[in-house]
Design a protein around this ligand. Structure first.
Ligand code: PXG
Length: 447
């Protein structure tokens, strides 16, 4: 294969120019891990080893790798029309994809703004929220509320509402007026919960604290991940999201669900909002919208949000929202998105995820007695296995487990001392067993 041949002579010096994102560059370049091909549930490494993908790449390849229909759709599109201007012009696939996405979104979430990543989706949704209130004559609502241990990408908006200290602390003052409610993670109350924990729904009331502190009339929106992925699979306690919705309604605050990870089947339904029965005002999504094949993200907005902009703009030629990207609704991304949605529908992958989640739950909870395991938690086709940190060296034990699992042919994601599993929704039961058995063996061998 050409790619493999051209990579075969990579020496460490050739790795120097690429400044890798969210990666220990020096560690990586001293012992590189390079993928050169992928198919179905597997990656192939430069050395020719097969690696079982228990992470859907980075939570995005929900239908498995290199799906023929998606590959062919992208190939056909690039040969027909490479690019179409995103502003003041359109192309049919963007309209069709928007209709298809809104059709699987809950309630009246029937307008879709395309972007190119989860970070852009978040910053777009935050801007829409502030401008929405302005359009409704409430320009005093500028505050954006996130949650501790939230991850909303790496733009300044997403960082400001995000709650991961390592991501924030190097970047100076963030957005004025951003604040955070408390997170819901509590091992003392909820360790080894299966599905949504019983304890913690009341933590949504922390939003009332911020309303009392700042005044509701200054708050534009609250953004949360229905299930927080990046900080280690934090599952919403029962009643928590419902309560957030009630408090937002009471105070006229928009509720945004960041479904970059939970969108497109991960929890066993189109969106977490659908699965958990709470309709936000906006959903941000990315990743699984194109099965990770071409970068794309989107903001899905309820009718009242879109209508506010249409009604406020004076004159038919007025641009209603001064926002967008050169590559919003890129033809290749739209082609990939349409082919991806076809696969999700035709193979009933969201339903498959739902019906497989019980088997997955039993399998991951069998790790309860494995060395160092202090919690196992799961929802849909996601699980978090939390390890006791090594004394004085937080994250080191999980990173060692990650490296050893890779040596044994399994790709997982680790964050802090948590191993996160989110396999493609086509995963077989025997592959789930192999993932879990290998984790158990690895935990017996690492310190
Ligand atoms: N919001 C959420 C909830 C995310 O999970 C983003 C926004 C940003 O998306 P982009 O496309 O800008 O990266 C994300 C991304 C991990 C991991 O290991 C998670 C993400 C990305 C990479 C790694 O948990 N989530």
């Amino acid at each position: 294969m050409n790619v493999a041949a051209s990579l075969a002579d990579l020496s460490p010096n050739n790795l120097e120019a690429y400044w890798m994102p969210f990666t220990a560059n020096r560690q990586f370049k001293s012992a590189p891990r390079l993928f050169v091909a992928a198919e179905g549930m597997f990656y192939k490494t430069r050395e020719g080893r097969e690696i079982l993908d228990a992470a859907s790449g980075l939570w995005c390849v929900n239908a498995g790798h290199c799906r023929k229909e998606i590959v062919e759709a992208v190939q056909a599109q690039v040969a027909t029309m490479d690019y179409s201007p995103a502003f003041q012009m359109g192309h049919p696939a963007a309209f069709e994809l928007a209709s298809r996405v809104s059709a699987i979104a809950p309630g009246d979430m029937d307008h879709v703004f395309f972007v190119n990543s989860g970070s852009e989706a978040v910053d777009t949704a935050l801007k829409i929220a502030v401008a929405y209130h302005g359009a409704n004559g409430q320009g005093g609502r500028f505050r954006l509320i996130g949650r501790e241990r939230g991850y909303h990408g790496v733009g300044f908006g997403g960082l400001s509402v995000g709650g991961i200290v390592a991501n924030r602390k190097a970047f100076g003052p963030l957005l004025n007026g951003s604040d955070h409610i408390c997170h819901t993670h509590n091992l003392a109350e909820n360790a080894f919960s299966r599905g949504q924990p019983e304890w913690g729904g009341h933590l949504a009331d922390d939003l009332e604290r911020l309303v009392a502190l700042h005044g509701a009339e200054t708050i534009a929106a609250v953004i949360v991940e229905p299930m927080a992925g990046s900080t280690g699979v934090l599952i919403p306690p029962k009643g928590y999201l419902q309560r957030l919705r009630e408090i937002c309604d009471k105070h006229g605050i928009l509720l945004i669900f960041d479904e970059v990870i939970t969108g497109f089947g991960r929890l066993g339904a189109s969106f977490a909002a659908e699965k958990l029965g709470v309709v936000p005002d906006m959903i941000t999504c990315a990743k699984g919208i194109t099965n990770g094949t071409v970068p794309m993200g989107a903001v899905i907005a309820r009718k009242h949000v879109y209508d506010a902009f249409m009604n406020a703009a004076v004159g038919d030629n007025t641009i209603e929202l001064f926002h967008g990207y050169t590559y919003s609704g890129h033809p290749l991304a739209c082609a990939a998105g349409l082919a991806t949605l076809d696969i999700y529908r035709d193979e009933r992958l969201f339903e498959r995820a739902d019906s497989l989640s019980g088997y997955f739950e039993d399998a991951v909870h069998s790790l309860k007695d494995a060395p160092y395991v202090i919690d196992v938690r799961n929802i849909g086709m996601v699980a978090g296995i939390e390890l006791e940190p090594r004394e004085g060296q937080p994250t080191a034990r999980a990173f060692d487990a990650f490296l050893e699992l890779y040596e044994r042919g399994i790709l997982v994601r680790t964050t802090g001392d948590i191993i996160a599993l989110s396999p493609p929704l086509i995963v077989e039961e025997t592959q789930i067993d192999r993932i879990v058995d290998t984790i158990r063996d690895v935990l017996k061998t690492i310190e």
